[in-house]
Design a protein around this ligand. Structure first.
Ligand SMILES: [Fe+2]
Length: 360
């Protein structure tokens, strides 16, 4: 069976297009549900972006902290907060949930919009197609590029037992606002590691067994844009290119899959709380056996951008925690199958994964 997959309904792209957000949201506000919820990364508190959020009368500005990647408990707490605010306004639901920030802030906005219309805890929905009811209208304004969260059908959450996304057609954003000016202020290392998430999406998609012409078309363009951005000198339109690389990289994996770096990065993240982009980069540096060309080029990018990868993460790790890391990585069947084929368990044994982790 071929997947009949859902994409974002509307995109706006261009420098300064964030100024159109109020106009874009206006038709979503109805008499019964007039209020928007803006889910904004709290690094922007007191920054110029705060003043530009188009808040109307009873809109809710929800500052979110993403020092740690989103947890299901945090999503549940934020959803309760939104419900309470809507009850105070005598509204059943908000008109929409707008995520402003990087991958984590966008994922929180997706998760809240889903949990406002689906009962229980977000942990109940970690998996594939478990969501039953359509989400509240939700839109994204990325301020970092690379994760592809703006186009993906998942919101990646760490729950009590696993790190796994809520994957569903309802997860996909209704609207995305791509304004390259908004990613200009990102810290240098964060920009790099988030960009490497995109680069690794491309390598894993383009070398995977799930590859097809659809994924290849997007993946090759995204890869070429990453090479321009990270191997050549910065130009005035580098941010425009990075933003489009992220979008195309996300579209590439939407119809294929990621691979070894992502599977192992999930383990690092679950046990040590390492963020996605940096976790992927740390893992990728040990994957010469699987992605020789990609890893060689990645090292050129590290060099060109003057980035030193963290080392020795697992030096003092207990055996128990290491086993948990291996378990989390091994849970991600489709990623391994894409990377190594149907017989992946013969290639990637527990011992081999454990050995790789020990080197990091
Ligand atoms: Fe990723």
């Amino acid at each position: 069976m071929f997947r009949n997959f859902k994409t974002v309904n509307r995109f706006v792209f261009g420098r300064g297009c964030f100024n159109q957000l109020d106009d874009i949201l206006a038709p979503q506000r109805t008499a019964d549900c007039p209020d928007m919820v803006f889910v904004v990364d709290d690094v922007f508190k007191g920054q110029s972006l705060q003043e530009r959020v188009p808040l109307r009368a009873d809109d809710l500005l929800l500052w979110v902290n993403v020092d740690n990647e989103p947890k299901t408990a945090y999503v549940d707490r934020l959803t309760t907060e939104v419900r309470k605010a809507m009850t105070e306004r005598r509204r059943a639901l908000p008109a929409g949930v707008i995520g402003i920030g990087g991958g984590s802030a966008m994922d929180l906005a997706k998760a809240i919009s889903l949990m406002l219309t689906n009962p229980g805890s977000s942990a109940d929905y970690q998996g594939w197609d478990l969501i039953r009811h359509p989400a509240v209208y939700h839109a994204a304004v990325p301020t970092l590029s690379g994760t592809g969260a703006e186009v993906s059908r998942t919101t990646v959450l760490t729950g009590p037992e696993k790190k796994l996304g809520i994957n569903s057609d309802y997860t996909v954003f209704d609207q995305v606002v791509l304004d390259p000016e908004l990613i200009a202020g990102a810290p240098r290392e964060q920009r790099f590691y988030t960009g490497m998430d995109c680069y690794i999406h491309c390598v894993e998609s383009l070398t995977g067994t799930y590859l097809n012409a659809f994924s290849q078309a997007y993946g090759e363009k995204s890869l070429a844009l990453c090479q321009e951005v990270f191997l050549q000198d910065t130009t005035p339109d580098s941010d425009d290119k990075l933003m489009m690389a992220s979008y195309f990289g996300g579209m590439s994996i939407a119809y294929s899959q990621v691979g070894v770096a992502h599977a192992m990065s999930y383990g690092l993240s679950f046990v040590l709380g390492v963020h996605h982009g940096i976790g992927n980069s740390i893992v990728f540096d040990y994957l010469d056996d699987f992605y020789p060309e990609g890893v060689a080029e990645f090292r050129q990018m590290l060099d060109k951008q003057g980035i030193a990868l963290p080392r020795g993460l697992t030096a003092n790790i207990t055996d128990d925690r290491l086993e948990t890391m291996v378990n989390v990585a091994l849970m991600l069947n489709p990623l391994w199958e894409n990377a190594l084929g149907k017989d992946w368990q013969q290639i990637m044994t527990r011992d081999r994964i454990r050995d790789l982790y020990r080197r990091m």
